[in-house]
Design a protein around this ligand. Structure first.
Ligand code: DON
Length: 571
C-alpha cells in the first residue's frame, strides 16, 4: 500500500513525461528491475513505466533502498555503477568511500600501543567519507535521460521514509544478529530507531524515518551540496565526535571532517572489457578487485576445461585453483589506482594466464604464493534494463550489515565502516578474512580495495546479462559462478543463480562450500586435496537480468535473500 503511494506520487510529478525522443524504444520488449527489496524494485519499475531509462530507475531504486533496506541501502556508504548503453558505450562510476585526510595506520592503536582491530568495525576510525550521494547525483546528471530531476527520483524514497513501511522478516532477523545488534546498540539514535521498545523492530511494525526524509529533502533540493555541506554534514561530524567519546582519550583524532565531506568526488573509470564465448564481458576496474578476478577466472577456465559440459567436481577444482591464484594477486598488488599502480594489463595478459596455468595441477595447491605468478551481512546490488537496451549494474554498501551501526542523530542514516576494507598489515585479516599489503594500506584520501563486481555481458550488439552481488570477497566468486553457468553451460538464469556455490580466496587455504552439492562432488574435491569448510551460511545474493535474443527479459533475485525481479510492459 505504501508503495502505491510512492508510485502515485512519482506519477503525479511526471505524468506528462514521454520517452526521450532521441531513443528508439523498440530494442527490447520490456524493462526490468531486480534488487533486494520489493518496495525499492517497485519504485524503479514505476520510473521505467513513466518513461525513465535504466539510469533514472537505478537512481530511484538505490535511493529507495536507502530507506527500506538499512542493512545495506545507504546514503552514508558508497559503491560502484556500471552503465552500458544500447550502442555498447560503457562507463564505470566509482563512488567508493575514501579515507579522511587525518587517517593513518595508527588509528587502530591506543596510546599504550595496543592494537584494536575492532575499532575498524564500529568506531569513528571505521568510517570512510560517504560516496553514494555524490555518485547518484553524478550518475543522473551525466547518464540520466534528462526527463527526471533528482528531486523527482528522491520523491518515492522521501515518501517511504515519511509515511513508513512495514518491517519485513529479514530486517527483523538482521536486527537480532548478535554482532550487528551490538554495533547498533552503541549508537543512541540507532537504538531508538531499531530497538524502540528495548527489542528489535518486529515484522509488520511500521518504520517511520522523518529525519531521513528531511535529509533526503535537502539532497533532493540542493543535490550533492545538500549532503556534503550544511545541516547534514554538520550532523555527520557531530555524530562522529559523540561516538569518539567511547574511545580512549589519546585515540580521538583522524576521522571524517567537514573538509573531507566538502572535498569528496565520485570518479569515472574506464571499464574492463574482455571477449568470452562470443560475448563481451564488461566489469569494474580497480579500486574493485572484482572485475580483474572475474576476467582471470573466465580466461583460465577456458584454457583448463574448454569442453566441460557441466559444473562438475573437476570444473570446480579448476575454478578453485583459479581463484586461489587470482586472490593471491589481489592481496599482493591491488589497491586504489590513484595511489598505487595496479598492473591491470599484466594481470589480464596471456603471460599471467600462462604462468597461472602452468602452476596448476590435478590436486589442490594450497601453498601457492602471489610471487609464484608474478615476475616482477553488507552490500546490495541492483540490476536494471530498459526498453531502449540500456543497462545499469549498481552495487552499493555500508560494508558490514548496518555499517558501523552509527546512525547520524538528526539526519537518520547509518555511517559505513568501509575503512576495514584496507589491509591491516602483519598478516592480520579483516572481517572477511582478507589479508593484504602496502598496495591496500590506508592513506589519506585513498579508497579501500573492494570486491564489488557490477558486470554486464553483451552479445551480438546488445545487452545479454546484467548482474552483481553482495558478499565481500564472495561477490567475485558468486558473480563468476553465475557467469560460467550461463555462458559456458547455458543454464537458465534462475537455476544459475540458485545453484550451490563455492568460494576460495587464497588465504585462508580452505574452500567454502554451500550445502546442496551432490555427495560425490564433495568427495571428489576432497580426493583432489581440497580442504572444504561446509559450515558456512549461504553466501552471495546475486541480482541478475538476462535478455534473450528475441528481446524478452528475465530477472532473477537470489533466493538466498528476499528481493524481487519486477518487469515492465514498457514499449
Ligand atoms: O567493497 C567490498 O568489497 C566490501 N565492503 C563489500 C561488503 C559486502 O559485500 C558485505 N556483504 N555481504
Amino acid at each position: 500500500m505504501k508503495v502505491e503511494l510512492a508510485a502515485s506520487l512519482l506519477w503525479a510529478a511526471t505524468a506528462c513525461v514521454a520517452p526521450p525522443e532521441t531513443l528508439e524504444p523498440r530494442v527490447l520488449e520490456r524493462g526490468m528491475v531486480v534488487c533486494e527489496h520489493e518496495l525499492a524494485a517497485q519504485v524503479g519499475r514505476t520510473v521505467l513505466e513513466q518513461g525513465g531509462t535504466a539510469v533514472d530507475a537505478a537512481v530511484a531504486t538505490a535511493l529507495a533502498l536507502a530507506v527500506v533496506y538499512p542493512q545495506a541501502g545507504n546514503l552514508g556508504g558508497g559503491g560502484f555503477a556500471l552503465v552500458v548503453d544500447a550502442a555498447g558505450r560503457a562507463r564505470c562510476l566509482d563512488f567508493r568511500e575514501c579515507a579522511p585526510a587525518g587517517a593513518s595506520g595508527a588509528r587502530v592503536f591506543d596510546a599504550e600501543g595496543v592494537r584494536h582491530p575492532d575499532w575498524l568495525l564500529w568506531s569513528p576510525h571505521a568510517v570512510g567519507v560517504p560516496g553514494s550521494p555524490a555518485g547518484l547525483a553524478l550518475l543522473l546528471e551525466e547518464c540520466g535521460s534528462g526527463r527526471f530531476t533528482l528531486a523527482q527520483l528522491c520523491a518515492p524514497a522521501i515518501d517511504l521514509a515519511e509515511r513508513g513501511f512495514a518491517v519485513d522478516g529479514e530486517l527483523h532477523d538482521d536486527l537480532c544478529d548478535k554482532e550487528d545488534r551490538a554495533r547498533l546498540l552503541r549508537s543512541a539514535a540507532a537504538r531508538e530507531r531499531f530497538y524502540p521498545r528495548g527489542a528489535a523492530l518486529e515484522r509488520g511494525d511500521v518504520l517511520v524515518q522523518r529525519d531521513l526524509a528531511q535529509t533526503l529533502r535537502r539532497y533532493a533540493n540542493e543535490g550533492a551540496a545538500g549532503f556534503y555541506g550544511g545541516a547534514t554534514a554538520a550532523s555527520i561530524v557531530a555524530e562522529l565526535e559523540r561516538a569518539a567519546l567511547a574511545l580512549p582519550e589519546g585515540s580521538r583524532v583522524g576521522w571524517v571532517t567537514l573538509d573531507d565531506l566538502r572535498g569528496y568526488r565520485a570518479l569515472w573509470r574506464e571499464p574492463l572489457r574482455a571477449e568470452f564465448r562470443a560475448r563481451e564481458v564488461i566489469s569494474m576496474p580497480p579500486p574493485s578487485s572484482g572485475g580483474i578476478i572475474v576476467l582471470q577466472t573466465l580466461a583460465l577456465l577456458e584454457r583448463l576445461a574448454p569442453s566441460a559440459k557441466t559444473f562438475d567436481a573437476e570444473y570446480a577444482h579448476w575454478a578453485i585453483e583459479a581463484w586461489r591464484r587470482a586472490f593471491a594477486e589481489r592481496a599482493a598488488v591491488m589497491g586504489d589506482p590513484g595511489f598505487v599502480e595496479v598492473p591491470v594489463d599484466e594481470l589480464l595478459s596471456a603471460r599471467w594466464l600462462d604462468r597461472a596455468h602452468a602452476s596448476m595441477q590435478d590436486r589442490a595447491t594450497p601453498e601457492v604464493q602471489a610471487s609464484d605468478l608474478h615476475e616482477g551481512s553488507n552490500t546490495t546490488h541492483l540490476s536494471v534494463v530498459d526498453a531502449w537496451g540500456n543497462a545499469v549494474a549498481l552495487t552499493t554498501t555500508l560494508n558490514s550489515s548496518f555499517g558501523s551501526g552509527m546512525l547520524v542523530e538528526g539526519a537518520g542514516f547509518l555511517l559505513n565502516n568501509e575503512l576495514d576494507d584496507f589491509a591491516l598489515g602483519d598478516g592480520l585479516r579483516n572481517q572477511f578474512g582478507l589479508v593484504g599489503g602496502a598496495a591496500n594500506a590506508i592513506e589519506p584520501g585513498k579508497r579501500p580495495l573492494s570486491s564489488m563486481t557490477p558486470t554486464v555481458v553483451r552479445r551480438a550488439g546488445r545487452v545479454e546479462l546484467v548482474l552483481g552481488s553482495p558478499g565481500g570477497p564472495r561477490i567475485v566468486t558468486s558473480v563468476a559462478q553465475v557467469l560460467l553457468r550461463c555462458l559456458v553451460f547455458d543454464e537458465p538464469l534462475e537455476s544459475a543463480v540458485r545453484a550451490p556455490r563455492l568460494h576460495q580466496q587464497w588465504s585462508p587455504a580452505e574452500t567454502w562450500i554451500e550445502r546442496g552439492w551432490p555427495a560425490e562432488f564433495v568427495s571428489e574435491l576432497r580426493g583432489r586435496g581440497h580442504e572444504l569448510d561446509e559450515r558456512v551460511q549461504p553466501f552471495g545474493r546475486v541480482q541478475a537480468i538476462r535478455v534473450s535474443p528475441d528481446g524478452s527479459v528475465e530477472g532473477a533475485s537470489d533466493p538466498r535473500g528476499g528481493g524481487a525481479a519486477l518487469g515492465t510492459r514498457q514499449r
